[in-house]
Structures are given as C-alpha cells and as structure tokens.
Write a protein that binds this ligand. Sequence first.
Ligand code: ADP
Ligand code: MG
Length: 379
Amino acid sequence: MSPVRTPDSATAPARTGVWAAPGRVNLIGEHTDYNDGFVLPIALPQAARATVRPRADRTLRLYSEQGDGRTVELDIDALSPGGVDGWARYPAAVVWALREAGCAIGGADVHIDSDVPTGAGLSSSAAIECVVAAAYNDLHDLGLTRKELARIAQRAENAFVGVPCGIMDQMASVCARQGEALFLDTRDLSARHVPVDLEGAGLRLLVIDTQVKHDLADGEYAKLRAGCERASALLGLPALRDLTPDRLPAALDRLPAELRPLVRHVVSENARVEQAAALLHEGYLHALGPILTSGHASLRDDFGVSCPETDLAVEAAVDAGALGARMTGGGFGGSVIALVAADRAPTVTTAVETAFRQAAYTAPRAFTAVPSSGARRIV
Ligand code: ADP
Ligand code: MG
C-alpha cells in the first residue's frame, strides 16, 4: 500500500506535488571532482520521482517502490548520522542536512519511484537525494539556489550516509539541462552549459551497464581520495587541480612512486575535460571519441579503477567501430559509455554482448543516453 494517501486532510493538501531528479552519465572527468577539478556530465532521462505531501507534524514517512517493502517512519528532530539503515538513509540524510543548515522544515510523506538503475555508476543515490531536496525547497519556500541544493545533497551523502563523494553527481542531477552537458568547475561550482546535439551529428551515446559492482568499490574510493589529498599536501598545493600539465614531470619527481599514477591521472583528466568541453562548444562531437578512450586508459593504467568487465566492454565497442568508449562513474564495475555513429549502434551493442557471452560474464544492458533536464517539479 502506498504511504502517500490522496489529499484528504486540512494540513496542506494543495501543496502535495511530484518532483523528478535524474541520474547522470559523466562524459569525461572521473575522480576529478574531489580534487577541485573539472567534470562534464549529462543528465539521463531516467529519474527518481517523489510524490511529497507535507505533514503538520515532525514525522518523515518514507517509502520507495525500489526499497525493501517497508515504510520507514522517522522523527526529523531525532535524525542523526548512523541512526538510519538501508536505502532510507539517502532521503533521510537530505532532511537532516536541511535541518542542520537551519532551514525551517516540517514532516512529510515521501513516496519514491525511480527508474535509475542502482549501483550502476549512473548516480541513483544523487537522484533520490536531489528529488527530496528539490521538493522540500519548493514546499517550504526555502529559496535555496540549485547550487545550494546540490551542496545540501552532497553534505547529506558525505556526513549522514558516510560516502565521501564529490559534488558532481548532485550538481548534474540538479543543474543539468536538456540537450546540454554541464561543464563544471568543482572548485567554485561555476558551470557552463555546452550543447550536445548527438542526433544532429548523426551520433549516439550508448550506455552499457555491465551489471557488475565489485566489493572493493567503497573502501577503494576512500583510499584513492586520501591518496590524492596526500599528494597535493606533499606538493604544497590546495588541490591537485592546481597542478598544470607543464609542471607535472617535476611534481612527479617529488612524490613517492605509489602516488605518481594517481596524480598523472587527475592532471591529464582535467586537461581532457577542458579539451572535450571546447570541442562540444565548437560542435565537433566526433572528435570526442579519442578523448573518451584515452580517459579510459588513464583510469585503467594510472588510477586503477577499471575492471575486466569495463575493460572488455570498452575494447569490444572500439573494435566494433565506436568512435570512443570509457568507463563512467567511480569504477570497479558500473557502466561504460560509447560514442558511436547512429547506424553503428546495433553492431557495437551486439559486439559487446557477444564479447560478454564469450567471457561468461553476466549479460550487459545497453541503452541510448539522451541529455535531459535536471531536478524539477512535474505535478
Ligand atoms: P549509484 O548512485 O551509482 O547508483 P550508490 O551505491 O551510490 O550507487 O547508491 C545506490 C544506493 O542508493 C542503493 O543501494 C540504495 O540504497 C539507494 N537507492 C538508489 N535508488 C533508490 C530507490 N529508487 N529506492 C531506494 N533506494 C535507492
Ligand atoms: Mg551514488
């Protein structure tokens, strides 16, 4: 039974509404967001939808169609990090972060339904965070800007859920626009929307969900982040973003061997994002292909976050004629993106499926990504 009843009380039924916030794929710029660097995500048409009905009391009632069948009931004044288990941590975290930020909020019945695949590197977590943040912002007239909403959602995931993620996923989910990529400087959150007219260029962006998530993902992410922070401290820089490619060789000489590949990846990846954004700006979508593939090589060889499944998907896609391909998201599984001529899309998809079958991997799931809108009220 749905926990969101039809409006039947005098509490504020007219304010009940439905909001949507999307998942994302990142075109390029992986593991750069926690180094104050650049990213270039697009929002997906797949989104979390939340029907939210404000309550007169301080109770937060959460239900998700993709949850565990339970309705979770929480007192918003008693929310504290570590105090909520399972999927409900994500939406509860946002209400906690709003409360901590001093926002005047109340209870709500929240019903979530999302078609963003979970754990596939497509940011289902940010989608449910951002949809709750957007709904609360509107319902309580909080007046928070989109960037402030993204910061609230990131703080929620960092401090309440306990995942030390950067700001990319939340900024993409909140700020992205239809038909455009978000070229984001994660240092100051300055953003430029760059057109991505795939159809006009006769191209398709395939997303291939490998359906694998290796267990080391969470622990490794924190270790990699700590490694980057140690490297920037040793170099006396505020963040690795401050290291320009021309100063990279000298900087590498000053670092212990185990940190050098991490730094090489972050510096080269930032350069790739700037190059990719410039190409999109000029409308040279085809030229993006080689940048994607070299970004994958950097993640595989320097940062060490690819895995046999994502490597195979990239290799099979490129061998079958993709202009370029790379893993997207944090790594250790998840999804691969491939930029392909529209008429090659079926061939490339089949080639990846065949390669997976031959390797006895779980069948991947492929779909076409269409740059879509960020968080919005839909009803
Ligand atoms: P990603 O964000 O890449 O999909 P994460 O591990 O960051 O992967 O987040 C996935 C988690 O987010 C799920 O395990 C679940 O706890 C939560 N989640 C995402 N979407 C939903 C949903 N529709 N309903 C309930 N929980 C969800
Ligand atoms: Mg996530």
